[in-house]
Design a protein. Structure first.
Length: 539
Protein backbone atom coordinates (compact mmCIF):
# COMPACT_ATOMS: atom_id res chain seq x y z
CA UNK A 1 0.00 0.00 0.00
CA UNK A 2 1.31 3.46 -0.86
CA UNK A 3 2.14 5.74 2.02
CA UNK A 4 -0.06 8.75 2.64
CA UNK A 5 1.12 11.96 1.00
CA UNK A 6 3.46 13.93 3.23
CA UNK A 7 1.04 16.75 3.99
CA UNK A 8 -1.59 14.24 5.15
CA UNK A 9 0.96 12.58 7.44
CA UNK A 10 1.70 15.99 8.94
CA UNK A 11 -2.03 16.61 9.35
CA UNK A 12 -2.33 13.29 11.14
CA UNK A 13 0.38 14.37 13.56
CA UNK A 14 3.27 12.24 12.34
CA UNK A 15 6.73 13.73 11.85
CA UNK A 16 5.34 16.84 13.48
CA UNK A 17 7.76 19.36 15.06
CA UNK A 18 5.63 20.16 18.11
CA UNK A 19 5.51 23.57 19.73
CA UNK A 20 4.72 24.81 23.22
CA UNK A 21 1.62 26.89 22.56
CA UNK A 22 -2.03 26.35 21.84
CA UNK A 23 -3.19 28.44 18.89
CA UNK A 24 -6.26 30.54 18.19
CA UNK A 25 -7.16 31.80 14.75
CA UNK A 26 -9.05 34.76 13.28
CA UNK A 27 -9.86 34.37 9.59
CA UNK A 28 -10.50 36.73 6.68
CA UNK A 29 -9.42 39.87 8.51
CA UNK A 30 -9.68 42.80 6.01
CA UNK A 31 -6.34 44.58 5.64
CA UNK A 32 -6.05 47.55 3.24
CA UNK A 33 -3.45 47.26 0.49
CA UNK A 34 -1.50 50.19 -0.90
CA UNK A 35 -4.32 51.14 -3.31
CA UNK A 36 -7.10 50.44 -0.82
CA UNK A 37 -7.83 46.92 -2.08
CA UNK A 38 -8.93 44.65 0.73
CA UNK A 39 -6.38 41.88 1.34
CA UNK A 40 -7.88 38.97 3.27
CA UNK A 41 -5.65 37.94 6.13
CA UNK A 42 -5.72 35.16 8.73
CA UNK A 43 -4.17 35.76 12.14
CA UNK A 44 -2.75 32.81 14.09
CA UNK A 45 -1.96 33.73 17.69
CA UNK A 46 -0.25 31.64 20.37
CA UNK A 47 -2.28 31.51 23.56
CA UNK A 48 0.01 33.33 26.01
CA UNK A 49 0.23 36.48 28.10
CA UNK A 50 3.80 37.04 26.91
CA UNK A 51 4.67 39.48 24.18
CA UNK A 52 5.79 37.51 21.13
CA UNK A 53 7.13 38.56 17.72
CA UNK A 54 5.19 38.53 14.46
CA UNK A 55 5.75 36.56 11.27
CA UNK A 56 4.35 37.88 7.97
CA UNK A 57 3.56 35.25 5.33
CA UNK A 58 2.08 36.60 2.08
CA UNK A 59 0.82 33.48 0.29
CA UNK A 60 0.03 33.62 -3.41
CA UNK A 61 -1.07 29.99 -3.17
CA UNK A 62 -3.96 30.63 -0.80
CA UNK A 63 -4.51 30.54 2.96
CA UNK A 64 -5.93 27.04 3.13
CA UNK A 65 -4.27 23.66 3.49
CA UNK A 66 -1.34 23.06 3.62
CA UNK A 67 -0.21 26.66 4.15
CA UNK A 68 -2.55 27.22 7.09
CA UNK A 69 -0.96 24.22 8.80
CA UNK A 70 2.71 24.53 7.82
CA UNK A 71 3.07 28.30 8.12
CA UNK A 72 0.08 29.26 10.27
CA UNK A 73 -0.39 26.68 13.00
CA UNK A 74 3.15 25.29 13.14
CA UNK A 75 4.91 28.64 13.55
CA UNK A 76 2.26 29.97 15.95
CA UNK A 77 2.81 26.86 18.09
CA UNK A 78 6.44 27.94 18.33
CA UNK A 79 5.52 31.33 19.80
CA UNK A 80 4.94 33.67 16.85
CA UNK A 81 1.95 35.73 15.81
CA UNK A 82 1.49 34.61 12.19
CA UNK A 83 -0.18 36.92 9.69
CA UNK A 84 -1.06 34.78 6.66
CA UNK A 85 -2.24 37.03 3.83
CA UNK A 86 -3.58 36.56 0.29
CA UNK A 87 -2.02 39.12 -2.10
CA UNK A 88 -4.15 41.01 -4.63
CA UNK A 89 -6.34 38.84 -6.81
CA UNK A 90 -5.71 35.64 -4.83
CA UNK A 91 -7.58 33.85 -2.07
CA UNK A 92 -10.55 36.23 -2.18
CA UNK A 93 -8.48 39.43 -1.90
CA UNK A 94 -9.52 42.34 -4.10
CA UNK A 95 -7.57 43.62 -7.09
CA UNK A 96 -5.77 41.90 -9.96
CA UNK A 97 -2.94 39.46 -9.41
CA UNK A 98 0.42 40.08 -11.07
CA UNK A 99 3.50 37.89 -10.80
CA UNK A 100 5.79 40.72 -9.64
CA UNK A 101 3.91 44.01 -9.33
CA UNK A 102 2.41 45.55 -6.16
CA UNK A 103 4.07 43.15 -3.70
CA UNK A 104 6.47 45.71 -2.22
CA UNK A 105 3.87 48.42 -1.64
CA UNK A 106 1.19 46.00 -0.40
CA UNK A 107 3.69 44.40 1.96
CA UNK A 108 4.56 47.79 3.42
CA UNK A 109 0.85 48.67 3.69
CA UNK A 110 0.37 45.48 5.70
CA UNK A 111 3.23 46.43 8.01
CA UNK A 112 1.56 49.81 8.50
CA UNK A 113 -1.61 47.95 9.53
CA UNK A 114 0.44 45.82 11.93
CA UNK A 115 1.76 48.92 13.68
CA UNK A 116 -1.80 49.69 14.78
CA UNK A 117 -2.42 46.25 16.31
CA UNK A 118 -2.21 46.06 20.09
CA UNK A 119 -0.40 42.71 20.00
CA UNK A 120 2.33 43.84 17.58
CA UNK A 121 5.63 44.35 19.43
CA UNK A 122 7.61 45.86 16.55
CA UNK A 123 9.64 42.67 16.02
CA UNK A 124 8.81 41.39 12.52
CA UNK A 125 10.03 38.44 10.47
CA UNK A 126 8.97 36.99 7.13
CA UNK A 127 8.76 33.43 5.85
CA UNK A 128 7.68 31.35 2.88
CA UNK A 129 8.78 29.28 -0.13
CA UNK A 130 9.01 29.92 -3.88
CA UNK A 131 6.76 32.87 -4.84
CA UNK A 132 6.16 33.45 -1.11
CA UNK A 133 9.90 34.10 -0.97
CA UNK A 134 9.70 36.40 -4.00
CA UNK A 135 7.30 38.69 -2.14
CA UNK A 136 9.81 38.77 0.73
CA UNK A 137 12.56 39.96 -1.62
CA UNK A 138 10.10 42.53 -3.01
CA UNK A 139 9.38 43.85 0.49
CA UNK A 140 13.11 43.98 1.16
CA UNK A 141 13.61 46.38 -1.76
CA UNK A 142 12.21 49.01 0.62
CA UNK A 143 12.37 47.20 3.95
CA UNK A 144 10.32 48.54 6.85
CA UNK A 145 12.35 49.33 9.98
CA UNK A 146 10.56 46.59 11.93
CA UNK A 147 11.89 43.83 9.65
CA UNK A 148 14.49 41.95 11.69
CA UNK A 149 14.70 38.53 10.04
CA UNK A 150 13.72 36.75 6.83
CA UNK A 151 13.51 33.03 6.13
CA UNK A 152 13.25 32.07 2.47
CA UNK A 153 12.73 28.49 1.31
CA UNK A 154 13.39 27.44 -2.33
CA UNK A 155 13.35 31.18 -3.09
CA UNK A 156 13.08 32.91 -6.44
CA UNK A 157 13.88 36.59 -6.87
CA UNK A 158 13.87 36.92 -10.69
CA UNK A 159 10.82 35.66 -12.62
CA UNK A 160 12.56 36.16 -15.97
CA UNK A 161 15.47 33.94 -14.99
CA UNK A 162 13.08 31.31 -13.62
CA UNK A 163 11.19 31.13 -16.92
CA UNK A 164 14.21 31.69 -19.21
CA UNK A 165 17.09 30.16 -17.20
CA UNK A 166 20.43 31.71 -17.98
CA UNK A 167 18.88 34.14 -20.45
CA UNK A 168 19.27 31.58 -23.22
CA UNK A 169 15.84 32.18 -24.76
CA UNK A 170 15.13 28.48 -24.16
CA UNK A 171 11.76 28.89 -22.45
CA UNK A 172 11.09 26.84 -19.31
CA UNK A 173 7.92 25.38 -20.80
CA UNK A 174 7.12 22.96 -18.00
CA UNK A 175 7.52 25.60 -15.28
CA UNK A 176 5.54 28.10 -17.33
CA UNK A 177 2.61 25.71 -17.65
CA UNK A 178 2.70 24.62 -14.01
CA UNK A 179 3.08 28.20 -12.75
CA UNK A 180 0.27 29.28 -15.03
CA UNK A 181 -2.07 26.62 -13.69
CA UNK A 182 -1.21 27.44 -10.07
CA UNK A 183 -0.68 31.20 -9.93
CA UNK A 184 -3.24 32.26 -12.52
CA UNK A 185 -6.08 30.28 -10.93
CA UNK A 186 -5.64 31.16 -7.27
CA UNK A 187 -8.66 33.48 -7.44
CA UNK A 188 -10.91 30.73 -8.80
CA UNK A 189 -11.61 29.10 -5.43
CA UNK A 190 -10.71 25.55 -4.39
CA UNK A 191 -13.00 23.87 -6.92
CA UNK A 192 -11.88 26.07 -9.81
CA UNK A 193 -8.22 25.65 -8.91
CA UNK A 194 -8.59 21.86 -8.72
CA UNK A 195 -10.25 21.78 -12.15
CA UNK A 196 -7.41 23.89 -13.58
CA UNK A 197 -4.73 21.50 -12.29
CA UNK A 198 -6.60 18.42 -13.53
CA UNK A 199 -7.06 20.05 -16.95
CA UNK A 200 -3.33 20.70 -17.16
CA UNK A 201 -2.48 17.12 -16.27
CA UNK A 202 -4.97 15.78 -18.81
CA UNK A 203 -3.67 17.84 -21.72
CA UNK A 204 0.01 18.29 -20.83
CA UNK A 205 1.47 15.59 -23.09
CA UNK A 206 -0.46 16.82 -26.14
CA UNK A 207 0.24 20.49 -25.43
CA UNK A 208 4.02 20.16 -25.27
CA UNK A 209 4.20 18.24 -28.56
CA UNK A 210 1.86 20.32 -30.73
CA UNK A 211 2.69 23.41 -32.80
CA UNK A 212 2.26 26.29 -32.85
CA UNK A 213 2.64 26.53 -29.10
CA UNK A 214 0.69 29.78 -29.01
CA UNK A 215 -2.39 27.77 -30.00
CA UNK A 216 -1.71 24.42 -28.33
CA UNK A 217 -1.12 25.79 -24.82
CA UNK A 218 -4.78 26.88 -24.58
CA UNK A 219 -5.89 23.30 -24.05
CA UNK A 220 -3.91 23.30 -20.79
CA UNK A 221 -5.67 26.42 -19.50
CA UNK A 222 -9.10 26.03 -21.08
CA UNK A 223 -8.56 29.15 -23.17
CA UNK A 224 -6.16 32.05 -23.63
CA UNK A 225 -4.09 33.38 -20.75
CA UNK A 226 -2.36 36.62 -21.61
CA UNK A 227 0.14 36.21 -18.77
CA UNK A 228 1.48 32.93 -20.17
CA UNK A 229 1.66 34.39 -23.68
CA UNK A 230 3.61 37.35 -22.34
CA UNK A 231 6.10 35.07 -20.56
CA UNK A 232 6.58 33.09 -23.79
CA UNK A 233 6.77 35.93 -26.28
CA UNK A 234 9.23 38.15 -24.39
CA UNK A 235 12.39 36.01 -24.45
CA UNK A 236 14.99 38.75 -23.84
CA UNK A 237 15.89 40.07 -20.38
CA UNK A 238 16.16 43.70 -21.52
CA UNK A 239 12.59 43.69 -22.87
CA UNK A 240 10.58 46.45 -21.10
CA UNK A 241 8.00 43.79 -20.26
CA UNK A 242 10.33 42.46 -17.53
CA UNK A 243 11.08 45.88 -16.04
CA UNK A 244 10.82 45.71 -12.26
CA UNK A 245 10.58 41.91 -12.16
CA UNK A 246 14.03 41.23 -10.71
CA UNK A 247 14.04 41.84 -6.95
CA UNK A 248 17.65 40.74 -6.55
CA UNK A 249 18.82 44.24 -5.58
CA UNK A 250 17.13 43.67 -2.21
CA UNK A 251 20.23 41.73 -1.18
CA UNK A 252 22.24 44.97 -1.43
CA UNK A 253 19.87 46.87 0.87
CA UNK A 254 18.55 44.37 3.39
CA UNK A 255 20.29 44.56 6.77
CA UNK A 256 18.01 42.06 8.50
CA UNK A 257 19.58 38.58 8.80
CA UNK A 258 18.48 36.15 6.09
CA UNK A 259 18.25 32.36 6.15
CA UNK A 260 18.07 30.63 2.74
CA UNK A 261 17.01 27.01 2.17
CA UNK A 262 17.19 25.15 -1.14
CA UNK A 263 17.93 21.73 -2.63
CA UNK A 264 20.53 20.32 -5.01
CA UNK A 265 17.69 19.64 -7.48
CA UNK A 266 15.67 22.79 -6.75
CA UNK A 267 14.83 24.88 -9.81
CA UNK A 268 15.68 27.92 -7.63
CA UNK A 269 19.13 26.61 -6.57
CA UNK A 270 21.19 28.90 -8.79
CA UNK A 271 19.09 31.96 -7.91
CA UNK A 272 19.48 31.16 -4.22
CA UNK A 273 23.26 30.89 -4.49
CA UNK A 274 23.48 34.13 -6.44
CA UNK A 275 21.57 35.93 -3.69
CA UNK A 276 23.76 34.32 -1.06
CA UNK A 277 26.85 35.64 -2.87
CA UNK A 278 25.26 39.08 -3.22
CA UNK A 279 24.49 39.22 0.49
CA UNK A 280 28.08 38.23 1.28
CA UNK A 281 29.42 40.99 -0.99
CA UNK A 282 27.20 43.43 0.91
CA UNK A 283 28.91 42.39 4.13
CA UNK A 284 26.13 40.13 5.45
CA UNK A 285 26.43 36.61 6.87
CA UNK A 286 23.30 34.79 5.62
CA UNK A 287 22.47 31.25 6.57
CA UNK A 288 22.35 28.66 3.78
CA UNK A 289 20.78 25.19 3.93
CA UNK A 290 21.07 22.85 0.91
CA UNK A 291 19.44 19.43 1.12
CA UNK A 292 18.91 16.50 -1.27
CA UNK A 293 15.63 18.01 -2.44
CA UNK A 294 13.67 19.31 -5.40
CA UNK A 295 11.58 22.48 -5.39
CA UNK A 296 8.60 20.62 -3.93
CA UNK A 297 10.25 17.90 -1.84
CA UNK A 298 12.03 20.54 0.27
CA UNK A 299 8.59 21.08 1.85
CA UNK A 300 7.85 17.35 1.96
CA UNK A 301 10.78 15.07 2.82
CA UNK A 302 12.84 18.10 3.83
CA UNK A 303 10.21 19.83 5.93
CA UNK A 304 11.63 18.95 9.36
CA UNK A 305 15.07 20.29 8.42
CA UNK A 306 13.66 23.37 6.70
CA UNK A 307 11.22 24.15 9.51
CA UNK A 308 13.74 23.61 12.31
CA UNK A 309 16.27 25.83 10.56
CA UNK A 310 13.71 28.61 10.05
CA UNK A 311 12.51 28.53 13.68
CA UNK A 312 16.07 28.68 15.00
CA UNK A 313 16.85 31.66 12.77
CA UNK A 314 13.68 33.53 13.75
CA UNK A 315 14.11 32.90 17.47
CA UNK A 316 17.71 34.09 17.33
CA UNK A 317 16.81 37.41 15.71
CA UNK A 318 13.24 38.06 16.88
CA UNK A 319 12.95 36.40 20.25
CA UNK A 320 14.98 34.87 23.02
CA UNK A 321 16.74 32.11 21.08
CA UNK A 322 20.50 31.59 21.23
CA UNK A 323 22.71 33.72 19.03
CA UNK A 324 22.92 32.13 15.59
CA UNK A 325 25.62 33.40 13.23
CA UNK A 326 25.15 32.73 9.55
CA UNK A 327 26.20 29.20 8.65
CA UNK A 328 26.33 27.00 5.59
CA UNK A 329 24.92 23.52 6.07
CA UNK A 330 24.83 21.11 3.12
CA UNK A 331 23.90 17.48 2.54
CA UNK A 332 26.65 15.52 0.78
CA UNK A 333 27.24 11.79 0.54
CA UNK A 334 24.34 10.93 2.84
CA UNK A 335 25.40 13.23 5.68
CA UNK A 336 25.04 16.85 6.78
CA UNK A 337 28.13 19.04 6.85
CA UNK A 338 28.87 22.57 7.96
CA UNK A 339 31.03 24.72 5.70
CA UNK A 340 32.66 28.05 6.53
CA UNK A 341 31.25 29.67 3.39
CA UNK A 342 29.90 28.93 -0.08
CA UNK A 343 31.51 27.79 -2.22
CA UNK A 344 34.34 26.14 -0.27
CA UNK A 345 37.88 26.23 -1.67
CA UNK A 346 38.29 23.74 -4.52
CA UNK A 347 40.60 22.86 -7.38
CA UNK A 348 39.03 23.05 -10.87
CA UNK A 349 39.81 19.64 -12.36
CA UNK A 350 39.39 19.03 -16.09
CA UNK A 351 38.19 15.63 -17.28
CA UNK A 352 38.76 15.48 -21.03
CA UNK A 353 36.41 13.83 -23.49
CA UNK A 354 38.02 11.04 -25.49
CA UNK A 355 37.26 8.78 -28.41
CA UNK A 356 34.93 5.87 -27.69
CA UNK A 357 33.11 7.67 -24.87
CA UNK A 358 36.11 7.96 -22.57
CA UNK A 359 36.46 10.62 -19.88
CA UNK A 360 39.81 11.03 -18.16
CA UNK A 361 41.67 13.47 -15.93
CA UNK A 362 44.84 13.32 -18.02
CA UNK A 363 45.55 15.60 -20.96
CA UNK A 364 43.46 15.53 -24.14
CA UNK A 365 43.96 12.61 -26.51
CA UNK A 366 43.92 12.36 -30.28
CA UNK A 367 41.51 14.53 -32.22
CA UNK A 368 38.12 12.90 -32.72
CA UNK A 369 34.46 13.79 -32.93
CA UNK A 370 31.19 12.43 -31.60
CA UNK A 371 27.91 13.09 -33.40
CA UNK A 372 24.21 12.60 -32.78
CA UNK A 373 20.98 13.71 -34.42
CA UNK A 374 18.43 15.75 -32.51
CA UNK A 375 14.93 15.60 -33.96
CA UNK A 376 12.44 18.07 -32.46
CA UNK A 377 9.59 15.84 -33.65
CA UNK A 378 10.86 13.27 -31.14
CA UNK A 379 12.73 15.49 -28.68
CA UNK A 380 15.08 14.18 -26.03
CA UNK A 381 12.89 14.13 -22.91
CA UNK A 382 13.61 15.67 -19.54
CA UNK A 383 14.16 13.12 -16.79
CA UNK A 384 14.73 13.95 -13.13
CA UNK A 385 16.78 16.97 -12.13
CA UNK A 386 15.24 20.37 -11.47
CA UNK A 387 12.08 19.88 -13.53
CA UNK A 388 8.53 19.79 -12.23
CA UNK A 389 7.84 16.36 -13.73
CA UNK A 390 7.70 13.19 -11.70
CA UNK A 391 10.07 11.75 -10.86
CA UNK A 392 12.28 14.74 -10.16
CA UNK A 393 15.64 14.91 -8.45
CA UNK A 394 18.21 12.14 -8.67
CA UNK A 395 16.99 9.21 -10.81
CA UNK A 396 18.43 6.38 -12.87
CA UNK A 397 19.29 7.72 -16.33
CA UNK A 398 19.95 4.42 -18.12
CA UNK A 399 16.70 4.59 -20.07
CA UNK A 400 17.57 8.10 -21.24
CA UNK A 401 21.16 7.19 -22.09
CA UNK A 402 19.98 4.29 -24.26
CA UNK A 403 18.48 6.76 -26.74
CA UNK A 404 20.41 7.36 -30.00
CA UNK A 405 20.30 11.13 -29.45
CA UNK A 406 22.23 10.96 -26.15
CA UNK A 407 26.00 10.52 -25.87
CA UNK A 408 27.98 9.69 -22.75
CA UNK A 409 31.63 10.04 -21.71
CA UNK A 410 32.67 8.02 -18.67
CA UNK A 411 35.78 7.57 -16.52
CA UNK A 412 37.23 4.26 -15.41
CA UNK A 413 36.15 3.12 -11.92
CA UNK A 414 37.60 5.47 -9.31
CA UNK A 415 40.39 4.19 -7.07
CA UNK A 416 39.47 6.70 -4.39
CA UNK A 417 36.56 8.99 -3.60
CA UNK A 418 36.17 12.27 -5.46
CA UNK A 419 34.21 15.06 -3.77
CA UNK A 420 32.71 17.80 -5.90
CA UNK A 421 31.37 20.91 -4.13
CA UNK A 422 30.72 24.06 -6.10
CA UNK A 423 29.86 25.15 -9.62
CA UNK A 424 30.24 22.61 -12.44
CA UNK A 425 30.80 23.40 -16.13
CA UNK A 426 31.44 21.69 -19.45
CA UNK A 427 33.76 23.33 -21.98
CA UNK A 428 32.72 21.84 -25.30
CA UNK A 429 33.72 22.44 -28.92
CA UNK A 430 30.50 21.88 -30.84
CA UNK A 431 28.71 22.47 -34.12
CA UNK A 432 25.18 21.99 -35.42
CA UNK A 433 24.10 21.39 -39.00
CA UNK A 434 21.16 23.81 -38.90
CA UNK A 435 22.97 26.50 -36.93
CA UNK A 436 20.07 26.55 -34.45
CA UNK A 437 20.65 23.88 -31.80
CA UNK A 438 20.91 23.26 -28.06
CA UNK A 439 23.56 21.49 -26.03
CA UNK A 440 22.37 19.86 -22.81
CA UNK A 441 25.12 18.60 -20.50
CA UNK A 442 24.57 16.51 -17.38
CA UNK A 443 26.91 15.17 -14.71
CA UNK A 444 26.08 11.62 -13.57
CA UNK A 445 27.38 9.14 -10.98
CA UNK A 446 27.62 5.60 -12.39
CA UNK A 447 27.44 2.87 -9.74
CA UNK A 448 29.17 -0.53 -10.11
CA UNK A 449 25.81 -2.09 -11.06
CA UNK A 450 25.46 0.34 -14.00
CA UNK A 451 22.92 2.75 -12.51
CA UNK A 452 23.64 6.25 -13.83
CA UNK A 453 22.23 8.87 -11.44
CA UNK A 454 22.12 12.56 -12.36
CA UNK A 455 23.92 15.08 -10.16
CA UNK A 456 23.44 18.42 -11.99
CA UNK A 457 22.95 19.74 -15.51
CA UNK A 458 22.69 22.78 -17.75
CA UNK A 459 21.72 23.86 -21.26
CA UNK A 460 23.00 26.42 -23.76
CA UNK A 461 21.15 27.58 -26.89
CA UNK A 462 23.27 28.33 -29.97
CA UNK A 463 22.63 30.24 -33.20
CA UNK A 464 24.41 30.53 -36.58
CA UNK A 465 26.78 33.06 -35.00
CA UNK A 466 28.43 30.01 -33.44
CA UNK A 467 30.71 28.26 -35.94
CA UNK A 468 31.41 24.54 -36.06
CA UNK A 469 34.08 23.61 -33.54
CA UNK A 470 33.99 26.88 -31.63
CA UNK A 471 34.14 26.48 -27.85
CA UNK A 472 31.11 27.02 -25.66
CA UNK A 473 30.83 26.81 -21.90
CA UNK A 474 27.75 25.03 -20.57
CA UNK A 475 27.20 26.18 -16.99
CA UNK A 476 25.75 23.32 -14.99
CA UNK A 477 24.03 23.92 -11.68
CA UNK A 478 26.02 23.82 -8.48
CA UNK A 479 26.66 20.40 -6.99
CA UNK A 480 27.56 18.82 -3.70
CA UNK A 481 28.36 15.18 -4.37
CA UNK A 482 30.73 12.40 -3.34
CA UNK A 483 31.73 9.90 -6.02
CA UNK A 484 32.57 6.76 -4.05
CA UNK A 485 35.48 4.43 -4.86
CA UNK A 486 34.47 2.01 -7.61
CA UNK A 487 31.98 4.47 -9.07
CA UNK A 488 32.53 6.31 -12.34
CA UNK A 489 32.10 9.94 -13.34
CA UNK A 490 29.98 10.47 -16.45
CA UNK A 491 29.24 13.44 -18.68
CA UNK A 492 26.00 13.07 -20.62
CA UNK A 493 25.54 15.23 -23.74
CA UNK A 494 22.33 15.62 -25.76
CA UNK A 495 20.31 18.20 -27.68
CA UNK A 496 17.70 19.12 -25.08
CA UNK A 497 15.49 18.25 -22.14
CA UNK A 498 11.89 18.75 -23.26
CA UNK A 499 9.51 19.99 -21.86
CA UNK A 500 11.61 21.26 -18.98
CA UNK A 501 13.27 23.47 -21.59
CA UNK A 502 11.31 24.10 -24.76
CA UNK A 503 12.72 22.05 -27.64
CA UNK A 504 14.83 23.78 -30.26
CA UNK A 505 12.86 23.73 -33.52
CA UNK A 506 16.06 23.97 -35.58
CA UNK A 507 14.84 27.00 -37.54
CA UNK A 508 15.37 30.07 -35.35
CA UNK A 509 11.69 30.97 -35.67
CA UNK A 510 9.92 32.50 -32.64
CA UNK A 511 9.05 29.79 -30.15
CA UNK A 512 5.42 30.85 -29.84
CA UNK A 513 4.49 30.74 -33.53
CA UNK A 514 6.97 28.30 -35.12
CA UNK A 515 5.47 25.34 -36.98
CA UNK A 516 8.44 23.90 -38.87
CA UNK A 517 10.51 21.23 -37.10
CA UNK A 518 13.96 20.56 -38.56
CA UNK A 519 16.33 17.89 -37.26
CA UNK A 520 19.91 18.92 -36.48
CA UNK A 521 23.13 16.89 -36.53
CA UNK A 522 25.25 17.93 -33.57
CA UNK A 523 29.00 17.34 -33.46
CA UNK A 524 31.14 17.38 -30.31
CA UNK A 525 34.83 17.81 -31.13
CA UNK A 526 37.44 16.58 -28.66
CA UNK A 527 41.18 16.05 -28.57
CA UNK A 528 44.33 18.14 -28.57
CA UNK A 529 43.14 20.66 -31.15
CA UNK A 530 39.72 21.12 -29.56
CA UNK A 531 40.05 19.92 -25.94
CA UNK A 532 36.45 19.49 -24.79
CA UNK A 533 36.29 18.84 -21.05
CA UNK A 534 34.10 18.50 -17.98
CA UNK A 535 35.24 20.93 -15.27
CA UNK A 536 34.67 19.79 -11.69
CA UNK A 537 35.33 21.75 -8.45
CA UNK A 538 37.15 18.98 -6.56
CA UNK A 539 37.73 19.58 -2.84
Amino acid sequence: MRRLPFFLRVWAGRRRPRGSYEVRRETAVPVPGADGSILLTDHYAPVTDREVPTLLVRSTYGRGFPWNLLYGVRFAEQGFHVVLQSPRGTGGSEGDFHFWRHHAEDGNATVDWLRKQQWFTGALGTAGPSHLAYVQWALALDPPPELRAATMQVPIHDPYDALHPGGQCAFGLELGLVSGAILLNRGAGTAGYTRAVLRLLRHLRRVVRAVPLLDSYRRAFGGRRQEFEDWLTHPYPDDPFWAGADAGAAADRLTAPVALATGWHDLALDQTLRQYARLRRAGRTPGLLIGPWTHSSALEEGWNEVFTDAVAHLRAHLGDGPERPGRVRVHIGGEWRELPDWPPPSAPTRYHLGDGGELHAGGPGDDARTTFRYDPRHPTPSLGGQGQSRPGGAVDNRRLEARPDVRTFTTAPLDEAVEVIGHVAADLHVGGSTGHFDVFARLCDVAPDGRSVNVCDGLVRLTPDHHDGDPVRVELSAAGHRFAPGHRIRLQVSGGAHPRRLRNYGTGEPAATATRLVASDTTVHHGRTRPSALVLPVV
